[in-house]
Ligand binder design. Structure first.
Ligand code: SAM
Length: 388
């Protein structure tokens, strides 16, 4: 009972903070989180058909920007849940054009009845997991486990690894000097002063300086909630995989993909935790059977790589039009596939047809796939889903 009262006191304080300082950096939603990108990413690993009439849930929806954006891209049910009355009123106002297919519930996620929530094709949990206490974190994963449809995708943003540890140390220093009982504007001012002092301190790690500089450059409301807030928790990709796997939901990759090519989601999650400094990451999870081979038949690819000639050794060279630089493409089948992609997004099935008509046929298809994964990780090629 006491534990529950303690958690309620924390969630009430968090709700009060978000009421007094509304959080709006993503108030127009993020194109980087559009279903075509998420279901495209998921389609690299399994069967994730993207339906235009998909149902979407946003847990901790804030002022509803993501929901409004999704409402314009889909025709199904749109549901947002948030504990902050001020955020919900904003979301209700913003999402009014979506009419009756959109609902915003003002509630603590701890009180939400899983039996009545329904099932969703896409669940967002953005900017929430790390600002809530353990009991709410556990609940959020229960909601995803219970409410994601087969073939559905969930995105969870979280802090992890060394970056989180450095962030946490910065946060503790600020808490030691800023009086958190003063008005939010005073806290923001004092926190900025403290961060500026820290930024000017000599001899600190480059990563610490980057984190402090990033915090100072960011939105003030984010600074208030993330640095002065009650909770700032870290997570591991492996822990998400372990919690969600019993519901058939598995880690796919990060939105900005890591080098996690293994078909085994547990191995991908472990590689994610081992192989990087961490950071603030968007983990993409999907409900699918990892034992089934991924056939890529539902995805297209798009690239900014354009053939620009050949090296002195006759190796095809492609220019990256989205960034500066060039790429030498050793595999001539991959080079042919990239030429096909120069006309815009092309379905993997059409790429295969084009390769079958080449002299090498489909002999090097597995190598083309490996190359695509490498270029994807380098940000030079992107998988996309098209709506059925
Ligand atoms: C950093 S904001 C993120 C808002 C939005 N998802 C975005 O990305 O812009 C965190 C949100 O989580 C909500 N929240 C925190 N604890 C909650 C709880 N226990 N139940 C429901 N919402 C909660 C807050 O009110 C706030 O709107």
């Amino acid at each position: 009972m006491q534990a529950d009262a303690d958690v309620r006191a924390v969630t009430a304080k968090i709700a009060g903070d978000y009421n007094s300082v509304p959080y709006k950096p993503l108030s127009k939603g993020s194109p980087g989180l559009d279903p075509a990108l998420l279901f495209g990413l998921a389609g690299v690993y399994g069967d994730f058909p993207m339906r235009r009439d998909m149902d979407v849930l946003d847990l901790g929806c804030g002022s509803g920007g993501q929901l409004l954006r999704l409402g314009g891209l889909t025709t199904g049910r749109i549901l947002g849940v948030d504990i902050s009355r001020v955020a919900c009123d904003d979301a209700i106002r913003q999402c009014k054009p979506l009419g009756s297919r959109c609902a915003i519930h003002c509630a603590d996620l701890l009180d939400f009845d899983l039996a009545t929530l329904g099932q969703f094709d896409l669940i967002y949990l953005l900017g929430v997991y790390f600002v809530v206490p353990d009991a709410v974190q556990k609940r959020l994963l229960e909601v995803i486990a219970a409410c994601l449809k087969p073939g559905g995708v969930a995105v969870i943003s979280y802090y992890t690894g060394e970056v989180w540890r450095q962030y946490d140390a910065m946060r503790k220093t600020v808490h030691a000097v800023v009086d958190r009982t003063t008005a939010p504007a005073e806290q923001i001012k004092a926190a900025r002063r403290c961060l500026q002092d820290m930024a000017a301190a000599p001899g600190q790690k480059a990563m610490t300086t980057r984190i402090i500089t990033h915090a100072l450059a960011g939105d003030e409301t984010a600074l208030f909630h993330e640095i002065m807030g009650e909770v700032h928790a870290h997570a591991t990709t492996t822990a998400f995989e372990e919690a969600l796997a019993p519901a058939g939901i598995h880690f796919l990759n990060w939105l900005q993909p890591g080098p996690f090519a293994s078909p085994d989601p547990k191995a991908r999650a472990a590689a994610a935790d081992r192989g990087s400094q961490g950071g603030y990451l968007y983990g993409v999870f999907g409900k699918y059977d990892p034992a089934l081979p991924a056939d890529w038949s539902k995805i297209s690819w798009i690239t900014g790589l354009r053939r620009a000639g050949a090296s002195a050794y006759g190796i095809p060279v492609f220019r990256d039009t989205a960034a500066s630089g060039t790429v030498e493409v050793m595999n001539t089948s991959t080079a042919a596939a990239l030429d096909v992609l120069a006309r815009g997004p092309v379905a993997w099935t059409d790429i295969q047809k084009a390769l079958a008509a080449q002299p090498a046929g489909l002999a090097y298809l597995a190598a083309v796939k490996r190359d695509f994964l490498t270029y994807w990780q380098a940000g030079q090629i992107t998988p996309l889903a098209g709506a059925a």
